[in-house]
Design a protein around this ligand. Structure first.
Ligand code: ZN
Length: 483
């Protein structure tokens, strides 16, 4: 991924999600009598989940306001996706034309002209895939996230009142796993130790298929992550030893194989802003193991069959066959299909299991002394910034944003408050510094490595300016369509 493209995407989504509220408002009908509440509503829906949960009970919008906001978002999504699909098609035509030219002139081209054509095809491919990823992943994810926020603005006031009533009359203790004072003593799933062998087999298979990135050994990174994870594990319902590995991969992901084998990828450490967020994600993964979700999902499949499938998916990523994830895109991001296949096959295939891991993870983070909102913060950030590519597995396999966020917030409300919760630590900062060095080194090595995608070397990166800073989302889509 060229840094310019990456900047473009980051900007694109920040405009879409944080952007000017006016951008999402349909033009008012000329005979409208009362002033529209649409701009105010759109502005609220552009805030973070935590701000929205706070503010929603005090806000008063009408059903018609919500209908209008939803319609505007649906319209925006459709328009924007259609335009980027058209762009991808257009690039595809240009690629075909360039290939034909190459074929036609193959015997007469001098080296310089051939090089120029090769570079052109290569760059057009990258641009095409960028448009495809925007249309298939980035735009839908960002709009789903925004629609969930509108739904929360509309429905949370009633949910909030209901939750408060449950807390007031004590009935909240009766919820699933309401016995939070017994974490570690209570039994979430029996016979966790039976998963250890499965986990060991899975680790061995993963190494054998070549899907496992190298481990990072640096104590400031690996040692630190291990300490955080072990501390969360001690305050969880996991009763078997936890093995923690940090993987040298750009994917923003963490996953737990059955039997206490936790893997945290470098991209996730890079994307986390504080220890609280990191602990929130780790707690969620530990919850999957404590509840033995992998075991339940794997009853029908063997480890070997799962990893045979993993190797196939990795091959599909390499040949561009995975829907929505461009080849160039995927590989330049270090997206090797690992997170995707593990999430699908071992961890996140079930919507119920995700909701369970959310609830337990929030409890474990809280029980370890963290602010239990770390997971929501990280999730929000993933959906609006990085989520569109690196974390694509997250959003493919997880339940709808609305259900998930409301359930998480309800659980947080039901936990006793933590006035001195841990947010940030100096160890986290040291880990970030060490990580910078590792990333710089990895980028240097990657630059020199031959790639299936950048066969032609010495090409200038694609010249393009998709946006001007400060531009509104419709203008961006309009600009895209007029080319
Ligand atoms: Zn999960």
């Amino acid at each position: 991924m060229h840094p310019r493209v990456r900047r473009f995407l980051a900007y694109f989504l920040s405009v879409l999600v944080v952007g000017d509220a006016e951008a999402l408002v349909p033009p008012a009908p000329p005979q409208a009598a009362a002033p529209s509440a649409a701009p105010a509503l759109a502005a609220e829906a552009a805030k973070s989940y935590l701000e929205i949960f706070q503010a929603a009970p005090e806000l008063h919008f009408s059903t018609a306001d919500f209908e209008r906001a939803r319609a505007a978002l649906e319209q925006g999504r459709k328009t924007c996706i259609t335009r980027f699909q058209a762009r991808a098609k257009d690039y595809d035509k240009q690629i075909t034309a360039s290939r034909n030219e190459l074929k036609r002139r193959t015997s007469t081209l001098d080296d310089a002209a051939r090089h120029a054509l090769h570079c052109q095809i290569q760059n057009l491919t990258l641009l095409k895939e960028e448009s495809q990823v925007l249309a298939n992943d980035a735009i839908p994810t960002a709009y789903e996230n925004r629609l969930a926020k509108v739904a929360i603005l509309q429905n949370w006031p009633a949910e909030y009142v209901k939750t408060r009533a449950q807390i007031a009359d004590g009935s909240y203790h009766q919820r699933r796993w309401g016995d939070i004072k017994d974490i570690g003593i209570r039994e979430i799933a029996t016979n966790q130790q039976d998963d250890i062998k499965t986990g060991q087999d899975a680790v061995r298979e993963m190494k054998a298929t070549g899907l496992m990135p190298n481990a990072i050994e640096d104590p400031a990174v690996a040692g630190y992550v291990n300490r955080v994870a072990q501390d969360v594990a001690r305050h969880s319902d996991l009763k078997i030893p936890l093995h923690v590995t940090v993987l040298d991969s750009k994917e923003i992901n963490a996953f737990a194989l059955p039997g206490g084998y936790l893997f945290v990828e470098r991209g996730l450490l890079d994307a986390a802003d504080n220890e609280n967020e990191l602990a929130g994600v780790i707690a969620h993964e530990i919850a999957h193991d404590a509840a033995r979700h992998g075991h339940q999902l794997m009853r029908k499949a063997t480890i070997a069959s799962i990893f045979a499938q993993a190797a196939q998916i990795a091959a599909l990523v390499l040949t561009g066959g995975v829907a929505g994830v461009g080849t160039a895109y995927a590989l330049q991001y270090g997206f090797y299909g690992l997170g995707l296949v593990l999430n699908l096959q071992l961890l996140g295939v079930s919507r119920d299991f995700e909701l369970q891991a959310d609830q337990l993870g929030i409890q474990y983070a809280w029980n370890s002394g963290y602010n239990p909102d770390g997971f929501i913060r990280f999730f929000d950030k993933m959906a609006t910034r990085e989520g569109y590519v690196n974390g694509v597995g997250w959003f493919r396999t997880h339940p709808p944003f609305y259900a998930r966020m409301v359930a998480a917030q309800r659980e947080i409300m039901m936990l006793p408050p933590r006035p001195h919760a841990v947010e940030q630590t100096s160890e986290f900062e040291s880990m970030k510094a060490a990580l910078k060095r590792i990333e710089t080194e990895a980028a240097k090595q990657e630059a020199g490595r031959p790639s299936l995608l950048q066969v032609e070397t010495g090409c200038a990166p694609p010249q393009k300016a998709e946006y001007k800073p400060g531009q509104l989302i419709e203008n961006l889509c309009a600009a895209a369509s007029s080319r």
